[in-house]
Ligand binder design. Structure first.
Ligand code: HEC
Length: 378
């Protein structure tokens, strides 16, 4: 009886098509993610041992196919194994969909360059660009538009815009040369500084939650590195950069203590791979190894030099910096088998929840004075 019911459900979902199937597979995707991927990519998908799966940087591609390939085939020579031997194709697609569903902002950015001549005196439109051959095309690993130093010509960026919250949006564009922005085939913004000093901000428009086609067309007034700068803003909310400085070859990202506690999960040389770096507002940082239940190190005046995971960036690994605090190491939880369940920031402290030999255990790491910390078990 039960089996019969299940197969009926299956047929039902095939007949109903994508809405039913998507919902079911997102749940399955989430289940797989929290069983296995979470240990390396973090509970919020923002990275740990493995890279963040929700930021703007993708080393192996951010299309559905590219993400599916990374999951199926793994990445040679890294901790990212081939999951085609672990999960069915349907399951791998489910976790791919789950990751795609978490994206926000500009994705799958294709950048093309064009020589200037053809565009002189003509209004910039996608059709105009379609009618000329580009001089180069590249899928960018970083999801905003940037140019090489000696760039001279026109820039076309085509991407997918992932919107999670429906609402009113607008583009904000600094005024340099000519800029045209298109959404789902419709012109949303046009400025030409030679002709008019149009506003910095485009008209407002409504966007549904979902995936939209975005196109940016731009010409700098002189042949020079691009000073053009644009972003999408949610009215009364946050914003997403459409253009920016490439992180390739640039300085790495520094994570400093803030007014709230932070948890940094990155591979740090000399620390076990399951280490959580807890960065407290008093600039003390505590390295807690979630696989052994121990505090393994601590520093004061600390920061983390965290490098995104692209090959050709100037620095190859993350480092923890600071003054080491003597006798900080010690056992927090005793047991044999440790599983990290989750962690969360609570103001200036961090709550860490683990399963130790099958029993759930919670503790909090908090700042103490100017150069110390306390660990309290609940
Ligand atoms: C043992 C740690 C580990 C686990 C478990 C793991 N990954 Fe990874 N993953 C990595 C590492 C490390 C990389 C980066 C490899 C590299 O240097 O390119 C990576 C890369 C990726 C990428 C490519 C990211 C990019 O920037 O292009 C995707 C997608 C991905 N993982 C998805 C998953 C999914 C989905 C799961 C669960 C089924 C999973 N990973 C489980 C460690 C892990």
């Amino acid at each position: 009886m039960k089996n019969h019911f299940l197969s009926l459900l299956f047929i039902y979902s095939l007949v109903l098509g994508s809405t039913v199937r998507t919902f079911a597979s997102l749940e399955r995707g989430q289940e797989i993610y929290s069983q296995i991927c979470v240990t390396c990519h973090g509970p919020n998908l923002d990275g740990g041992i493995g890279p963040s799966l929700v930021d703007a940087y993708w080393k192996h591609g951010d299309t559905s196919e590219a993400i599916m390939r990374a999951i199926s085939k793994g990445i040679n020579g890294t901790e990212m194994i081939a999951y085609e031997y672990v999960y069915s194709e349907e399951d791998r697609q489910a976790v791919t969909d789950f990751i795609l569903d978490k994206q926000e902002g500009n994705r799958q950015t294709l950048r093309s360059f064009y020589a200037r001549d053809y565009f002189k005196g003509k209004r910039l439109t996608p059709e105009l660009f379609d009618s000329v051959e580009s001089s180069s095309q590249e899928i960018l690993p970083e999801n905003f538009l940037y140019t090489k130093r000696a760039f001279d010509g026109l820039l076309r960026g085509q991407s997918k815009l992932y919107i999670k919250q429906a609402g009113k949006y607008r583009f904000e564009v600094n005024l340099h040369g000519r800029t045209s922005i298109w959404l789902n085939g419709e012109e949303m913004h046009y400025t030409d500084v030679d002709k008019s000093k149009d506003s910095y901000s485009s008209k407002q428009f409504h966007l549904d939650a979902g995936i939209h086609d975005l196109e940016v067309l731009h010409e700098e007034p002189t042949g020079h590195s691009m000073r053009f700068n644009a972003r999408l803003r949610k009215v009364g909310g946050g914003y997403w950069m459409l253009t920016g400085k490439s992180l390739e070859g640039n300085t790495p990202k520094i994570v400093r203590p803030g007014t709230e506690a932070k948890v940094v999960r990155k591979w740090i040389e000399g620390l076990p791979p399951r280490t959580l770096l807890v960065l407290l507002p008093n600039q003390v940082m505590v390295a807690y190894d979630s696989a052994s239940g121990q505090v393994v190190k601590a520093w004061k005046s600390a920061l983390v030099n965290q490098t995104p995971s692209l090959d050709n960036r100037s620095q190859n690994q993350s480092v923890a910096k600071g003054q080491e605090i003597a006798v900080a190491a010690g056992t927090v939880l005793e047991g044999h088998e440790f599983n990290l369940l989750h962690y969360e920031t609570q103001g200036d402290s961090v709550l860490i929840s683990s399963l130790v030999d099958g029993v759930s255990q919670n503790f909090t790491i908090s700042p103490q004075g100017t150069d110390s910390f306390t660990v309290s078990l609940h």
